[in-house]
Design a protein around this ligand. Structure first.
Ligand code: UDP
Length: 490
């Protein structure tokens, strides 16, 4: 059969949040590796975050383009320059942010109609409902990219159906019904959609759920071998085609790809100082601590994390967001001479960390994460044990996957989720003593800890196989392209 894929054009419309945008660029690369043309929609202030990665991909021969649309921040009531979820000034701004994202429809359609080769498919973030209408207008399938895994879907689905969490008090553990594993959660740990306490974003959430139900297929960042039973269930419940093509981060092989990935200020020279520091540390000795890209934890909470790391016996690399968001924490760091105190044993990264490079560094021994789905998969790929410190959304469920199902993690024991955007009102959910204990447990030389380390390596091996040529995820990307070609005959 002749290879017509060079004429096949996919258009990707990501939700502008680092946790969505970054894997979408990975998806673009995965598709382009199969010789299709891929365009990624971006906005002026998001482009720098992904441009180096795209430029590098293009230099390597991949056919990826950036399509830039003005982001109507001000028209939607946001401050000028607020183009990404990580720059939202407050929780109230989430509504405006989604309004602005919806306003992209008209300019996008104008751009879309002139694109060459004529696009065959739109892949959008699951929350961008308007892309359904656009795809119908241009008679192409609209697939959505689900930023979460299938285990978390199964848990939330089970709770939606059983409502068991409504029968218990806030901190009373209950077993999630009808799962393949015995999973215990509390109501305080559940995603906001299941938590009757937070109703301000109900409209936003309802729209997202409605948009999810209309789709010509779903792309999931997971791999068959990781959560097989739950993927089967996901496919049955969704009743549409599902392609599991992850972990998508595995497509970043070179140092340049890893260091530029998602970085809003890509470095001009390749070596990040934290990597030089890591080079000076003992193998598998360092705990890498990063709580994601949109973490708004209060300074009081972050100080607990810092003190917990300090009082553990391990060297640590600690990422703090930097800038305005970390002003109070920064003040504490200076006043307490935290860096001097931990000099040699601790290293602080302010702003963006090259996460993939750190995770794959031989000195890194464990990953303390908030259990965002991307970070979870990246930790898995690196074959390192995970110290789980979930904060919100489905992160407590991902924690259970890591600790109870996969057996490669230690929990910090966070008792309650914080409400995103108003974290300071959530009280103290992370305690220094708990951080210290979890770090020590993960790093110790016990049989139990060794077993976790072995498990982590085993799972990483599975992920490597899945993404290698002829692996399950590789074949899934091929199937996705084939399905789109068959469906669009122009
Ligand atoms: N990330 C990074 N450096 C940072 C912070 C985050 O590279 O300093 C990347 C991380 O590798 C992951 C993404 O940003 O790919 C965060 O996504 P995740 O789903 O883990 O969490 P979110 O930020 O959406 O809460």
């Amino acid at each position: 059969m002749a290879d017509h894929s060079a004429q096949i054009h996919f258009v990707l419309v990501p939700l502008m949040s680092p946790g969505h945008l970054i894997p979408m660029v990975d998806i673009a690369k995965l598709l382009a590796h199969h010789n299709v043309v891929v365009s990624i929609v971006s906005t002026p202030l998001n482009t720098p975050r992904i441009k180096s990665a795209v430029d590098f991909a293009v230099k390597s021969g991949l056919k990826i383009r950036l399509l830039e649309l003005e982001f109507p921040a001000v028209q939607a009531g946001l401050p000028a320059g607020c183009e990404n979820m990580d720059s939202l000034p407050s929780r109230d701004a989430i509504k405006n942010y989604f309004e602005a994202a919806a306003m992209l429809q008209e300019p996008f359609e104008k751009l879309f109609q002139d694109l060459k080769p004529r696009p065959r498919c739109i892949i959008s973030g699951k929350n961008l409902a308007w892309t359904v209408e656009t795809a119908r207008k241009f008679k192409v399938p609209r697939l959505f990219f689900d930023g979460m895994g299938c285990f978390s879907f199964a848990c939330t689905q089970s709770l939606h159906n059983s409502r068991i969490h409504e029968t218990v008090s806030r901190f009373e553990p209950f077993t999630v019904p009808n799962l393949h594993h015995e999973i215990k959660l509390t109501r305080a740990q559940l995603p906001e959609a299941l938590n009757p306490g937070s109703e301000d974003l109900i409209d936003v959430r309802n729209k997202i759920v409605a948009a999810e139900s209309i789709s010509d297929g779903i792309i999931v960042n997971t791999f068959e071998e990781l959560e097989q039973d739950y993927i089967q269930e996901f496919k049955q419940t969704k009743g549409t085609r599902v392609w599991c093509i992850g972990p998508v981060s595995a497509c970043n092989k070179s140092e340049t790809e890893k260091i530029t990935r998602g970085n809003p200020n890509p470095p001009t020279k390749n070596k990040h100082p934290c990597l030089e520091w890591l080079d000076s540390q003992e193998p598998k000795s360092v705990v890498y601590a990063c709580l994601g890209s949109i973490c708004g934890l209060s300074a009081t909470q972050l100080i607990e994390v810092g003190l917990g790391l300090e009082s553990s016996n391990s060297p640590f690399l600690w990422v703090i967001r930097g800038g305005e968001k970390s002003k109070q924490l920064e003040k504490w760091i200076q006043e307490e001479k935290f860096e001097e105190r931990t000099n040699g044993r601790g290293f602080i990264i302010r702003g963006w960390s090259p996460q993939l490079l750190i995770l794959s560094h031989p000195s890194t021994g464990a990953f303390l994460t908030h259990c965002g789905w991307n970070s979870t998969l990246e930790g898995i790929c690196a074959g390192k044990p995970i110290i789980t410190c979930p904060l919100f959304a489905e992160q407590f469920i991902n924690e259970r996957l890591i600790v109870d199902v996969l057996g490669s993690g230690v929990s910090v024991g966070v008792k309650a989720a914080v409400a995103w955007g108003i974290e300071e009102k959530s009280g103290l959910v992370i305690l220094r003593e708990d951080v210290k204990n979890a770090v020590e447990k993960a790093m110790e030389n016990s049989q139990e800890a060794e077993k976790r380390r072995e498990k982590a390596v085993e799972i990483a091996e599975m992920a490597k196989k899945a993404t290698a040529e002829e692996g399950s995820s590789y074949l899934s990307v091929k199937a996705l392209i084939r399905d789109v070609i068959q469906e669009t005959s122009f």
